[in-house]
Design a protein around this ligand. Structure first.
Ligand code: BTN
Length: 319
C-alpha cells in the first residue's frame, strides 16, 4: 500500500466516529500539519468519499465506511487475491492478466476510476462505500459451456446476501439483484479467448452498501443499498462468503448445467408469474413471465404460446 493511502486510511479511521473531529485534532493525532490534513480530506472527496465539513466543528463521514481487511481476506480463501485501494476497473485488471490466473482468483478494490457497468454504463464506485470485485473462471469447452452463467452468479449473490440478513431481495432477468424493487447489485461478465474453444470469463460484481445522496445522483435508475439494515455486513466477510459460494455454484453449474439452478432462480424471480413487457430495441413483446429455460433465456407465455427470449439488449419492465 502506498504511503499516500496509509495516511488517507488513517484519516478515514479517525473520521468514522459519531462526532465531528477538528482539523487540529486530526493533525495532532497524525503528526502532520493542518494544511496536509485539509489536502488529504480534499483528495478523499475527489475519490467520492462523502465528508461533512463544518466550520468551527471539523469533519465527519456522511456515511459509515468499512474497508476490506486484505490480510484476512487473502488468508481466508484458497485462491489468489489482488487487492487495490484504487484501480480503473477490477474487471479490466483481470482481463489483462488472464494468462496468469486460476479459476476462483479474485481482484478487489476500494475505488474504481472507470468502473464498468452493462450496456456501456459507468458503475459508480466511490472509495470504500461499496463492494467491487471480480472473480476469474476458465471454461475449457468455450462459451457454450458458460451460457446462463450470469443467472448462476445472481443466485449465488441472493443466497449470500440472504445469509447476511438482507430480506426483500430478488432477481430481475438476466442478472440484476434488486432490494425493495430497486437495484442493489449488478453483474458484468466479460470474456477473453475464443468463443468456441477454452474461454476465460471475468465475473464482475458491484454491491451498493452505503450510498450518499450525491453519489446516488450519478445513477440513472432507481437504486438501493444496505444502509437500512440493522447490522451492516462486514465487507471482508461478505467478499469471502461470495467467493466461496461462487466457486461452489460454478462447479455445480459445470457438472449439472443450469437445470440445477432453475428452482433457486424461480424462487428469487421478482417477475415470475407476472405480466411483463420485454423491450428489444424498438420492439417489445408482452406476456406472462414463466421463468427461464436451460440456456438462461427468459420464457414468456404469449397469445402464440410460450416463447424463449435471449440477448444482451433485452430489458424487462413491469407492464
Ligand atoms: C451492471 O451494470 O449491472 C453491472 C455492474 C458491474 C459492476 C462491477 S464493480 C466490479 C467489476 N468491475 C467493473 O468495472 N465492473 C464490475
Amino acid at each position: 500500500m502506498s504511503d499516500n493511502w496509509v495516511r488517507k486510511r488513517e484519516i478515514l479511521g479517525l473520521l468514522s466516529s459519531e462526532h465531528f473531529v477538528s482539523g487540529e485534532e486530526l493533525a495532532t493525532q497524525l503528526g502532520i500539519s493542518r494544511a496536509a490534513v485539509s489536502k488529504h480530506v480534499d483528495a478523499l472527496e475527489d475519490y467520492g468519499v462523502a465528508i461533512y465539513s463544518v466550520k468551527g466543528r471539523g469533519y465527519k463521514l456522511a456515511n459509515p465506511i468499512s474497508l476490506i481487511d486484505s490480510a484476512r481476506l487473502i488468508q481466508s480463501i484458497d485462491n489468489r487475491c489482488f487487492y487495490f485501494d484504487e484501480i480503473p476497473s477490477t474487471n479490466g485488471f483481470m482481463l489483462s492478466h488472464t494468462g496468469e490466473l486460476k479459476s476462483g482468483d479474485l481482484c478487489v478494490a476500494e475505488y474504481q476510476s472507470a468502473g464498468r457497468g452493462r450496456r456501456g454504463r459507468t458503475w459508480v464506485s466511490p472509495y470504500g462505500h461499496h463492494l467491487y470485485f471480480s472473480q476469474f473462471w476458465s471454461f475449457p469447452q468455450g462459451m457454450a459451456q458458460a451460457m446462463g452463467l450470469s443467472l448462476v452468479v445472481a443466485c449465488s449473490l441472493v443466497e449470500v446476501l440472504k445469509s447476511f440478513g438482507v430480506d426483500n431481495i430478488g432477481v430481475k432477468w438476466p442478472n440484476d439483484i434488486y432490494l425493495n424493487y430497486k437495484k442493489l447489485a449488478g453483474i458484468l461478465i466479460e470474456m477473453s479467448g475464443q468463443a468456441d474453444s477454452e474461454c476465460q470469463l471475468i465475473i464482475g460484481i458491484g454491491v451498493n452498501m452505503a450510498m450518499s445522496e450525491d453519489q446516488g445522483k450519478g445513477i440513472d435508475q432507481p437504486w438501493s443499498d444496505l444502509s437500512a439494515l440493522a447490522t451492516m455486513p462486514n465487507k471482508t466477510d461478505l467478499v469471502i462468503a461470495l467467493q466461496k459460494q461462487l466457486k461452489k455454484d460454478i462447479q455445480l453449474f459445470e457438472r449439472e448445467g443450469l437445470a440445477a439452478f432453475k428452482m433457486r432462480w424461480q424462487a428469487a424471480d421478482l417477475f415470475y408469474g407476472k405480466e411483463i413487457r420485454l423491450l428489444m430495441g424498438e420492439n417489445h413483446v408482452e406476456g406472462i413471465c414463466r421463468g427461464v429455460d436451460e440456456q438462461g433465456a427468459v420464457l414468456l407465455e404469449t397469445a402464440d404460446g410460450t416463447q424463449a427470449y435471449i440477448g444482451g439488449e433485452i430489458s424487462l419492465r413491469p407492464k
